[in-house]
Design a protein around this ligand. Structure first.
Ligand code: HSE
Length: 429
């Protein structure tokens, strides 16, 4: 069988997973790709570092030129991550006529257009299945299996770390800080958890999915973003009382050629399958106008799940079954679709106020909601202290503008101490 040489840039968690899969499933991979894949070089910063896996002599290098200048290497697998050298190395590799496989959402979300253009010019392939939701084959699903559809919605739990934290808070009744600490101890959350906890990771992944699904360029800066730091045990408890579970959702919807793109904590009905996606698992629900609703569930991170997506891409390249021109959606050559201002978005809302226990406060609040066309579905009141009362409302579908205007006025009421929480609801209608 013909041999093909590949190189891996970076040998961390995912790189190790890729190596293991290539060894463990060698026979199956040979059958499916028609090639015997040899990892000829692995780029690392320290070649003497002690590693879990013993590699053949001469495979490790700390010099990218050893890979770029080696014409026998046909595919470069970029697993360095981040925005630093990863992009530059991928461009250099493509210019040296090497195909690319990457797991780098940051680079694809920021510079996908530029990289796709270079891939086309150089007539090489650029695959990035592992950049969104690790082991879940969502890119291929959108790019190949669902191409008969007009995609109407994508709603996903696409960040495992935040899903772990929210699951722990919900199921074990612990605080955000305690759950974050557990996630860090288990190696799910980074020492600096900003990217996950504040929703940036999910925003990049949503930008990639939305650009493919809706055939347009998506600037990730236009995606509304809110993380989970302010979610409290009290909100989780109230949500449960109303029949909801809190999840960090990434939402992309298209209506009348306008896009609604947002990442934020969301109350979802506790009997919806998404509410039962727990721990580090991811799930993505897609609604196509032909297929209807489709849901994918799996591991969004980890050495073997992400490695599975990476090796799948290597095999696809060897089979060469999709040409660069088929993957144009992200290159922005289609219509540029407008992203709605978040003020125009409509949802039901959960709103929790801390108010003084005085006659008329409920009436005054309700009056302001009414004046601003915000209709209340249900409300609950718990006396938790002599000095204050918590009022929690669920609204009917309202525009964000009307909610904002109402809350501005409610905040001015003498008997309202604080607006403690405003969380959107997704009912999956
Ligand atoms: N940090 C991500 C997550 C995995 O928690 O889902 C890599 O994108």
């Amino acid at each position: 069988m013909e041999k093909v040489k590949i190189a891996i840039l970076g040998f961390g968690n995912v790189g190790t997973g890729v190596w293991k899969i290539l060894q463990e499933n060698r026979k199956e991979i040979m059958k499916r790709s028609n090639y015997d894949i040899e990892v000829a070089k692995i780029l690392v910063s320290d070649i003497n570092k002690k590693r879990e896996i013993e590699l053949p002599k001469g495979v490790l290098t700390n010099n990218i030129d050893d890979i770029i200048n080696d014409d026998s290497i046909k595919i470069v697998v970029e697993l360095i991550g981040g925005r630093g050298q990863a992009k530059e190395y991928m461009i250099r590799a493509m210019k040296a006529k090497k195909h690319i496989v990457t797991a780098n959402k940051l680079v694809v979300a920021n510079w996908g257009e530029e990289l796709f253009k270079i891939a086309e010019e150089e007539n090489v392939l650029f695959y990035y299945e592992a950049s969104v939701a690790g082991g879940i084959p969502i890119i291929r699903e959108i790019n190949e299996s669902l191409t008969a559809n007009r995609i109407e919605q994508i709603i996903g739990i696409i960040n495992g770390t935040t899903n772990y934290i929210l699951s722990k808070m919900t199921n074990d009744g612990i605080s955000f800080d305690e759950a974050l600490k557990e996630a860090q101890d288990k190696g799910y959350a980074e020492a600096d958890p900003t990217s996950d906890v504040d929703g940036f990771d999910a925003v990049y992944k949503l930008a990639i999915m939305a650009s493919l699904a809706f055939g347009t360029k998506v600037d990730h800066d236009c995606i509304y973003r809110e993380g989970i730091r302010n979610i409290s045990a009290v909100d989780i408890e109230y949500a449960q009382k109303f029949g909801y579970t809190i999840k960090l959702l990434a939402i992309a919807k298209e209506e009348n050629n306008k896009l609604e793109l947002r990442v934020h904590p969301t109350l979802i009905p506790s009997n919806h399958p998404m509410a039962n996606v727990n721990d580090v698992f991811n799930a993505i629900l897609i609604k196509g106008n032909a297929v209807g609703e489709l849901m994918l569930y799996g591991k969004g991170a980890g050495d073997l799940p992400t490695g599975s997506a990476v090796v799948g891409d290597i095999i696809s390249i060897l089979r060469n079954n999709v040409k660069p021109s088929d993957l144009k959606a992200i290159s922005g050559e289609e219509d540029f679709k407008e992203v709605k201002n978040s003020d125009e978005n409509e949802s039901e809302f959960y709103i929790r106020l801390n108010v003084k226990d005085r006659a008329g406060v409920l009436g005054d609040t309700a009056k302001i909601f009414g004046k601003n066309n915000v209709s209340i579905t249900s409300l609950t009141q718990d006396v938790v202290h002599k000095e204050y009362v918590l009022l929690a409302f669920i609204t009917h579908k309202s525009s964000e503008r009307n909610i904002r205007e109402s809350l501005k006025k409610i905040k001015e009421l003498e008997n309202v101490n604080e607006i403690e929480s405003i969380i959107r609801i997704e009912s999956f209608n």
